[in-house]
Each structure stands twice: as C-alpha cells, then as structure tokens.
Design a protein around this ligand. Structure first.
Ligand SMILES: C[S@@+](CC[C@H](N)C(=O)[O-])C[C@H]1O[C@@H](n2cnc3c(N)ncnc32)[C@H](O)[C@@H]1O
Ligand code: SF4
Length: 469
C-alpha cells in the first residue's frame, strides 16, 4: 500500500460533509469474503464436483482448514452467524463424530497427506464441544494431514463459555491464536443485545489463554448495535486497549432480520442511524490508531505494527477469506462442518447449512456439499481486483488484467463510469489505470469493490446485504 493514500485525508471530516457521504453510499453491498459471493452459489456444484476437485488438488498445494461448530450456550440477539442454542452433550459428541468422519472422507479423496498451514475453528462457539472431542478432532487432523511448527491454529471463543477443561484443551490443541467476542462493554447495550459479559470475564479469559502459551489475541468489537452511543463505544475501545490484543476486528452491526429471525427482537428504533454508525466507527478508529498504536488494516481490522497481519498489509500480501482478513496464503481452503465453505483452485463449495442436514449426508458416508460455483476466467480476474481493493485499498487494473491475460478495456470502462463520484468525494484517486482508496475512503471500500462485481444488480440478483457503512 502506498503511504500517500493513507496520510492525506482523515476521518474527521465536518459533520455535514460526512452526513452527505454516508447518505450517498448508504446502499447495501456484500462484504466480499468471496467472489462470486455465496448467494450466487448453485446446486450445479455438488458433492461429485467437489470430489473431483479434491482429487485434482496439485501435490504441492498447502491447505487451510476451517471447522464450523454451529452450537452456542446462548443466542445473542444481534448474532448473524450460522448457529443455534444446543446444550445437549450427546448432540455435541455426535457432531464431533461427524466432523471426524468428514475429515477422513475428504483426506481419502485428496489421496495424500497434504501440508496444512492454517486451521481456523469458527462458529457458533467451537468450545461448546466437550474438551476431549476438541482434542480428538485436532489429533484426527494431525493424523490425516502434515502439520509443521509454523501451522497457525486459531479459535473463536465466547469468554463466558470457556470452562476450565475447554481452556486446558487449548494447549493440547496447539492453539496459537484466540479470538474473543467482546462487542460492547456497556451494560445497557449488553442487555439490549442479550449478551451480558463483564470486562473481568473477558480479561480472565485472555490472561488464562496467554498463560497456556497461546501467543496471539484477537478481539471482536461491534458498532451500530442497539442503544450504542459514540461515547460508549469510545469507552469500550479504551477498555479493550488494556487487554493488549495483537489484533482487533471492528464490525458494523449487520441487521438482517429477513435472514436472522431472532434479530427482529431488536427494536429498530433503538438502532443508531447511518450518520451515528459512522461516528461510532470513526471514534473506535481514533482510539485504536491514536491511543493504541494500531495500524488500520483493510475495511475493519486493526493490528499492532509488529503483528503479521500489519506486515502482510504493508507488503501487499493480505488475503480475504470467509474468516475475513487473513495472512494465510494457502491456495485451497477446506471447510468441515455444517454450512462451511471451501475455496479450491477450481471454485467454491458449501456444505449443507443445518446440523441436521449435514448429519444426514455424513452419516451415509457422503460429502455434505450442497452448492457452490465453478470460477470462470472473468470471475478470477474480478475476484483478484476485488480482493486487492479490499486488502490493499488500491489496484492496478492494467497489471492485474495483464496477469490474467485479459483486455483491461472493459474494466477501465467500468472504472471510468463509477470512479468519478468517489474521486469527487475524496474517497479515492483514479488515474485511468490505478485506483487508490484514500484513508477517508476506507469505510466505503466495499462500494468501490462493488464496481467490479458482475453479479451485483443483475437481473435475478435478489440477495439483500447489510449496510455499506
Ligand atoms: C462466530 S462469531 C462469535 C464467536 C463467539 N461465539 C462469541 O460470541 O464470542 C464471530 C464474531 O462475529 C461478529 N458478529 C456476529 N454477528 C454479527 C452481526 N450481526 N453483525 C456484525 N458482526 C457480527 C461478532 O463480533 C462475533 O464476535
Ligand atoms: S455471537 Fe457468538 S455466542 Fe452469541 S449467538 Fe453468535 S456465535 Fe453464539
């Protein structure tokens, strides 16, 4: 990333100006954790296609693995993840057994002990699974794949759901990074979102993990939640600084009650409007960058300058995957568990969305793939452009078109049509070939990436996304 596009402008624009900007770019656009995005996956790519793609993985391909656990002890009202409240241990053990069967099946189809560079446990709440199951699944992975000393193992943790046996399991699982959901520390907001969690619980969780040798800590914060105010999120961000996290993710609340029914229990009157959301985002940005010394990374991440994510961002090596921003450069991501998404050189695949539907497939020794998409040459080119915009905040259209053996003409025509308003608003520069997003444009980067999304607003494109800002 060049330095000129981060230094010139600031987020502290006059309130009127910001109000107009937010109103102009308020539309709903994808978060681009993949391209094409998941709503465009179809049943044309099912288990047979996935089996063929696995068998064709080149011998030297290193893998990134994602394991999805769709269970929680509680259902937070804002939650947009694929999860449900399941507390029965028999269900947890049965699901762990299914994950192990799926790992065996996928490994057999790959047909060799592939090297694994990164494992990510997500959910839901992965530590819903009994400690011995978590350890057994990791042992199964180590049995079927080759792990090296540098393999990263990350896990998402709800600080209120980490009993001592699960905490001890983190060490046995060789976890290298924990990601703690914090969201907001104000009691009134916590009450409104059905997630009560004291600062002390979060702090104890971070300290215990560190004592076990977990080297890296990530925190998740959210703005735009019901009853949130700028002063409150500022206070939350300041308290979060004391936890000395290596990385902080700052998400805008995605209110999508048409997809997540439980979100309709949040009264829309209590939600901050677009201008207030923007102010909250800016306030957290200021605390993290000015008071905490964090480097802003991409749309919504912050990392300490010596963290590998900050270094990857500076070097233009940052990647975007279903887990958000990542330093993991593995060319293939294999997803295990209900709803998990895999990304292979040939395209994307997604498993059956619910635990019940997933179990039905795995119990009959099938793969659980229900949909996906095979990438065309045009998809690959646009995916690269969108990923560079989202990660580097800049892209050279000529360079990328050349890399793909494509004519840049159509891309430049797209940019020529869409970029002027971003340039006029000081959100980006465009010299006819290279787009560079300014610091002021960072919050709007999804809208700039969306210019190159050939599926957006096509006839038949029905998905409704969360707010752009
Ligand atoms: C899989 S979830 C949570 C992990 C863990 N269960 C927890 O609650 O701490 C990962 C993160 O997604 C974010 N998240 C969940 N729902 C969201 C929503 N509707 N909008 C924005 N961020 C959301 C939260 O910050 C959360 O920590
Ligand atoms: S935020 Fe975490 S704990 Fe809450 S419902 Fe979602 S996945 Fe479960």
């Amino acid at each position: 990333m060049s330095t000129d596009n981060v230094a010139i402008t600031s987020l502290d624009a006059a309130a009127d100006d910001v109000g107009q900007l937010v109103a102009r770019y308020e539309g709903r656009v994808p978060r681009y954790t993949s391209y094409p995005t998941a709503p465009h996956f179809t049943p044309l790519v099912g288990r047979d296609v996935y089996a063929r793609w696995l068998a064709k993985l080149p011998a030297d391909t290193s893998l990134s693995l994602y394991l999805h656990v769709p269970f929680c002890d509680r259902l937070c009202l804002y939650c947009g993840c694929n999860t449900s409240v399941v507390r029965l241990e028999t269900s947890h053990r049965a699901y762990a057994g299914l994950l192990m069967r799926e790992i065996d099946r996928v490994a057999a189809l790959i047909g060799r002990r592939a090297t694994v560079s990164h494992v990510h446990w997500g959910g839901g709440t992965p530590t819903s699974l009994p400690a011995d199951c978590l350890v057994a699944i990791m042992e199964k992975l180590k049995d079927r794949f080759t792990f090296s000393r540098g393999t990263e193992v990350a896990i998402e943790i709800d600080p209120t759901s980490l009993p001592p046996d699960r905490r001890d399991a983190l060490g046995q699982m060789s976890v290298t990074r924990i990601s703690l959901g914090v969201q907001d520390l104000e009691p009134a907001v916590q009450k409104a979102i059905g997630r009560e969690q004291s600062y002390e619980e979060t702090q104890a969780c971070a300290e215990e993990a560190r004592a076990l040798g977990v080297g890296s800590l990530n925190l998740d914060l959210i703005y735009g939640l019901p009853l949130q105010k700028t002063a409150g999120v500022t206070q939350t961000a300041r308290r979060a600084l004391a936890l000395k996290a290596d990385r902080v993710a700052v998400f805008g609340y995605a209110h999508v009650p048409w997809m997540k029914r439980h979100q309709s229990l949040i009264s829309e009157d209590t939600l901050p409007g677009p201008g207030e959301r923007f102010a909250q985002r800016s306030a957290i940005h200021r605390v993290l960058t000015r008071e905490g010394g964090y480097v802003a990374v991409g749309l919504d991440h912050y990392a300490l300058p010596n963290d590998s994510m900050a270094k990857a961002a500076t070097a233009g090596r940052l990647k975007r995957s279903f887990q958000g921003y990542t330093t993991d450069a593995a060319p293939a991501l294999i997803g295990f568990g209900a709803s998990s998404i895999g990304s292979l050189p040939q395209g994307y695949v997604q498993n059956a969305p619910t635990a019940v539907a997933y179990a039905k497939e795995i119990e009959t020794d099938q793969l659980a793939t229900v949909r996906g998409i095979a990438l065309t040459a045009d998809d690959r080119l646009r995916r690269d452009i969108i990923e560079r915009v989202m990660c580097d905040l800049e892209v050279d259209l000529d360079g990328l078109a050349g890399k793909h053996g494509a004519d840049p003409g159509q891309l430049k025509a797209t940019a020529a049509g869409g970029m002027p308003r971003f340039v006029e608003d000081g959100l980006a520069s465009w010299d006819g070939g290279r787009i560079a997003v300014t610091e002021r444009g960072r919050p709007f980067v999804r809208s700039i990436a969306a210019l190159f999304d050939a599926y957006l607003n096509q006839a038949g494109d029905k998905p409704r996304h969360s707010r752009a800002v």
